[in-house]
Ligand binder design. Sequence first.
Ligand code: ADP
Ligand code: MG
Length: 434
Amino acid sequence: MTSQLTAYIDSARVGWFLRESSGGIRFVYDDDWRASAGRLELTLSMPKSRRQHDGEAPANFLWNLLPDNEAVLERWGARFGVSPRNPMSLLSHVGMDTAGAVQLSESDATDLPGEGALEAISDEDLAAHIRQLRKDPSDWLLPGHSQGAFSLAGAQSKFTLARIDGAWAVPTGRSASTHIFKPGIQGLEFGDLNEHLTMSAAAAAGLDVAESRILRVGGEHAIVVERYDRVTDQSGSVSRVHQEDLAQALGVHPALKYQAEGGPGVHGVMNAILGSRGRDSAKSASAFVDAVLFNWIALGTDAHAKNYSLIHDPRRGPRLAPLYDVTSALPYPAFNNRNARFAMSFDRRYKDFEIELRHVVRECARAGLGPDDVIDRLRSLIARVPDAFSSAKAESELDGDEAAFAGRLVNAAESRVNRLRREIRRWRGDDLDG
Ligand SMILES: Nc1ncnc2c1ncn2[C@@H]1O[C@H](COP(=O)(O)OP(=O)(O)O)[C@@H](O)[C@H]1O
Ligand SMILES: [Mg+2]
């Protein structure tokens, strides 16, 4: 059992996760790092102003770096011969490439030791892994590259690679991946295409969104998302940018990522952003509200605490990261009639069919926005959303079933916008009283 795991950022030792005899996990900062890190925080849930952190925050921080998918955890436990219930043991095998800049190692050196490498991967092997994930959605790690293990949150099948000199490679050891691949969810038609189109539409509507595209290789397809927590310089060397998701920032276990399960809602996230006192907090808060409103308009139901992140800037403090994992339930009639439920509530309502404009306005009021501001933002998003979906479709150059699916998404977005437009036209301030 792993009893100590050292956290590094940018090769510098940040501190130690320590297993206590009680079974709990403690985190202790390295004093040198506390003194030199500027405004950089490992996580808002364990501010470096305190040297030692006990309670749930250390374990929850680690759990949030791991998949929220039991089958994957079980599989990794079996593959590495460790308990799938022990986040330190799991991360001693997959903690060298995670979300953000943190790297976890059983070493205790002041500077992160060890090598990294990039192993070329052929198109055939890439296609074979995508195919394998469709057959066996928990088989995330590429075969034959045990040093290339990564960890990312989420339940969907995924893997990571690095893009170097126009070719794909498996990063091993301390090397960083630059892209996330997701073939889509079993049972959700065109899931990868939906995510790409919805993210592209959000970007076209003016939101800050991670870049994505649909990769087609060897008869397979997957959404490939560019990692904004990686920066490649002109010489081709990749560095990591630190980020954490909102479950980490609030010290919440991933099982509680949905508000209905006890996770944060719109005002909880808003408080975390404003409370972080980053120099760009006001801008981040505004971007977050636009994301919430976009998701309401586009029926992006899965925007829970782990689908928003904060980037930690050493000088400016935390700011909202670009959006990722944005998908629309609009093209799935079976979902979007009476079954669509949002991850965060609007005035205590989760079900789409129960949510009216006044509930959205009230929820935003709790997060500090006046009704006129909300209506203005909605008007401006609604004016852009239909064209944003159409241009996302046009730029994707689709044919056949894919074009038909994208057409369904565009049409559904247009009808929803027309309905919301009528609601806004009828809006009067006194609607809030009802
Ligand atoms: N473009 C990106 N850049 C950096 N990190 C990302 C990006 N997209 C996703 N992530 C990280 O990877 C995790 C899993 O990705 P996500 O797309 O949310 O998967 P899932 O659909 O399984 O929830 C996210 O919770 C986030 O921490
Ligand atoms: Mg996600």
